[in-house]
Design a protein around this ligand. Structure first.
Ligand code: ZN
Length: 160
């Protein structure tokens, strides 16, 4: 069984697990799928570790500006386009034009065929590494928050 087949086979368990983690860490889904989960940057390390422990692969990082009155004054937000209201805090999220980080499709395909723990850990660590070096980006601002995408079957909806 491939990684994606296993997820589909145990869809209810995996979705419950992910949705519980999302609630626990006050993470916000963007849209109906699992391709963008906005996460407070100070707990991204812990959240990704939980995913690694549960053998769930992270394959995408995008960036959002957290636009609040305070951040507007401090950092001159918004820095991007439109976006959703923040569910757990003040303000809203403005979509940034920063190049998304995507895990190489060949690496994903290999992990899908043979989902060894070490492969999943390496992929998730590469995503974390990418997130934590955002302060080297020329458009870095302290208002930025990451969103991560989960490598799950494309048709999965986060409210089912
Ligand atoms: Zn901003």
């Amino acid at each position: 069984m491939t990684y994606l087949e296993k997820l589909n086979h145990e869809k209810n368990d995996y979705q419950k697990l992910i949705n519980n983690l999302v609630k626990k860490y006050k993470i916000q889904f963007v849209g109906i799928g699992y391709s963008e989960l906005i996460i407070p940057i100070d707990i991204v390390d812990e959240f990704v570790s939980e995913l690694t422990k549960n053998k769930i692969i992270v394959n995408l990082v995008t960036w959002w500006c957290h636009c609040t009155e305070k951040n507007e004054k401090l950092y001159n937000c918004p820095h991007g386009l439109g976006g959703p209201d923040s569910e757990y805090t003040n303000g809203w999220f403005s979509e940034m034009g920063i190049q998304a980080f995507e895990v190489d499709v060949n690496i994903l395909e290999r992990a899908n065929k043979l989902p060894e723990d070490s492969k999943i850990r390496d992929i998730n660590n590469s995503v974390l590494h990418n997130i934590l070096k955002i302060n080297e980006d020329e458009s870095f601002s302290p208002c930025l928050v990451p969103a991560i995408g989960l490598y799950v079957p494309k048709e999965w909806k986060n409210n089912s």
